[in-house]
Design a protein around this ligand. Structure first.
Ligand code: GLN
Length: 469
């Protein structure tokens, strides 16, 4: 196979059933691409052998007439998801040499429907970042302009889809890590409702925020991957038992925009203009567009960074040179093992967050920071739900700016944290949220529009996304 024009998963599946080509041919084609054409540093490893093995199984399933819904779907996974017998590192030196002992439920569900996992993708270390510059294995380049970041933390996952190195990828989103890179690379990214997709096998960053989600070329493919992965999993006690409903279908929907977002001084003027155009178009089509006040915009980033660093400092306690990964050769006793392994194994940003998190949880500061932030989170959740009582969706630009230059913000963590201003609300509140392409700037850079819906209303969210696309 010399060339393959991917349209969507259903078409690929049909073509396989019609015998136009085999899953093994398709897999070999993409393996070659991911190996030879990845000038972006998106893939950390290509799983050639196991991918061909899976493809063989798919070809057999087609012969026996038991073709899965994702037959022949060539998928890459972010390097923070376990896949038995394969390395996983969360793009950190501290997990060097570590191999997964089991497969993440989300990944297994894709495989069970005929998907072929072709490799693991670069990301910010432990998913902490917005530019993929915090990876221990080098930054990722944006395929649309190689001098720019692809966004983060799922930067490799976004770049691989945008560059056509695979058909779709999985990312994880704690504060925007699926939607922001999707927006920077011109693709579709979904963060499902907290609890909708199992976190079993996802390397934890901030457990009450993390969600796995699809990064795809189209809304249609996003929905299919979502449907395959969603649902209760006994391996994750926070995964919801709620059935995956259809949600109400309406002719006309209500889109609420946050006045504070539209008036935000940091919003790039081109993005602002495109966003206003979107709203006008929705009005012309007869949808309801309402402006609502959301007085917590300025509190979201502090609240998010207090809570996620607290959770991260606790989650990352397990990387101590004893239980996982590397042990410093300088280790002589327990304290020096912990101290040196962690000093050598973690990167700067991860250390910064562990220290910040330890601080906000420490005696004397717990009430002032951690408890306070929990209360602010509740206010944000209640205000979000209230808006969604009077509207089907909250609509906003996904990010305040388009992709920026590699290195432009690397020595200014606060300005990087501010990149998440529009995305963290959905994680603080737990609601589903997706980013789809909105347009292009005068420099040809993609921009994204974000829709956030009611909890467990992903199907409605996809309808909204189709209206917008
Ligand atoms: N950029 C955010 C952070 O650095 C989001 C990360 C994420 O969603 N994993 O925390």
């Amino acid at each position: 196979m010399e060339h393959y024009d991917f349209t969507n998963f259903s078409k690929t599946r049909e073509d396989l059933i019609d015998g136009k080509y085999s899953a093994q041919d398709l897999c070999a084609f993409y393996l070659k691409k991911a190996t030879n054409e990845d000038s972006y540093n998106a893939f950390l490893e290509v799983f050639s052998e196991s991918a061909l093995e899976l493809a063989k199984g798919v070809d057999e399933s087609i012969k026996s007439g038991s073709t899965g819904r994702l037959a022949g779907a060539i998928i890459g996974i972010k390097d923070n998801m376990c896949y038995a017998g394969h390395k996983v590192s969360a793009s950190s030196k501290i997990l060097e040499g570590f191999e997964s002992l089991f497969t993440a439920t989300a990944v297994q569900r894709l495989i069970d429907e005929g998907a072929i996992i072709i490799g693991r993708l670069n990301c910010d270390e432990f998913a902490m970042g917005s530019s993929n510059e915090n990876s221990a294995f080098g930054n990722v380049k944006n395929p649309l302009n190689e001098t720019l970041v692809p966004g983060g933390s799922s930067g490799g996952s976004a770049a691989a889809v945008a560059a056509g190195l695979c058909m779709a990828t999985l990312g994880s989103d704690t504060g925007g890590s699926i939607r922001q890179p999707a927006s920077f690379c011109g693709i579709v990214g979904l963060k499902p409702t907290y609890g909708r997709i199992s976190r079993s096998g996802l390397i934890a960053f901030a457990s009450s925020f993390d969600q796995i989600g699809p990064m795809t070329n189209s809304v249609e493919d996003s929905q299919l991957l979502y449907e395959v992965m969603a649902g209760h999993d006994p391996m994750d006690s926070t995964s919801a038992h709620k059935p995956i409903g259809e949600g109400a279908t309406k002719d006309k929907y209500t889109f609420a925009y946050l006045e504070e977002v539209s008036e935000s001084p940091g919003l790039n003027p081109e993005i602002k203009a495109q966003f206003e155009n979107k709203l006008s178009k929705l009005r012309e089509e007869g949808h309801n567009v309402i402006g609502v006040s959301f007085p917590y915009l300025d509190h979201m980033i502090p609240c998010y960074y207090v809570l996620t660093t607290a959770e991260a400092s606790s989650n990352l306690g397990r990387y101590d040179g004893v239980h996982y990964g590397v042990r410093s050769p300088q280790s002589e006793d327990i304290p020096s093992t912990y101290f040196n392994s962690r000093t050598e194994g973690f990167g700067e940003e991860v250390k910064r967050r562990i220290m910040l998190g330890t601080f906000v949880l420490s005696t004397g500061y717990y009430d002032a920071y951690y408890s306070k932030a929990q209360k602010v989170r509740r206010l944000i959740k209640d205000a979000t739900d209230k808006i969604l009582e009077g509207a089907d969706f909250i609509i906003s630009p996904t990010t305040p700016h388009p992709a920026f230059k590699i290195g432009a913000k690397s020595d200014d963590p606060i300005s990087l944290y501010l990149e998440d201003i529009f995305t963290v609300q959905a994680n603080l509140a737990g609601n589903p949220s997706l980013s789809i392409p909105m347009g292009q700037t005068s420099e040809g850079l993609p921009t994204g529009v974000q829709l956030t819906g009611g909890s467990f209303e992903e199907k409605v969210l996809f309808r909204g996304a189709k209206i917008l696309s």
